[in-house]
Write a protein that binds this ligand. Structure first.
Ligand SMILES: [Zn+2]
Length: 84
């Protein structure tokens, strides 16, 4: 199958075309591809583009937040020695 990009339907969706590699076959089709969830936020935000965060992204953020809170509660060795 040979794929050829068509045109953007909007900033997050593109229509593409495909055709069979066999000249004798003649099959061709049209499809579309869409970005649906954000994995990492842009450092150059486009106000026209707003995607929900992916589940992986939400889990990663939750893990970072949890780790920061946990690390904030941990005592370092100097604190432990002072308490002894
Ligand atoms: Zn074919």
């Amino acid at each position: 199958m040979l794929f050829r990009y068509g045109r953007y339907l909007h900033p997050l969706m593109i229509r593409f075309y495909a055709r069979c590699e066999s000249e004798a076959c003649g099959f061709s089709a049209v499809g579309q591809s869409e970005l649906t969830h954000e994995l990492c936020p842009s450092q150059q935000q486009n106000p026209d583009v707003q995607l929900p965060k992916s589940q992986d992204s939400l889990r990663r953020e939750a893990a970072v937040t949890y780790r920061r809170q946990f690390e904030g509660r941990q005592l370092d060795m100097a604190d432990l020695l002072e308490q002894a």
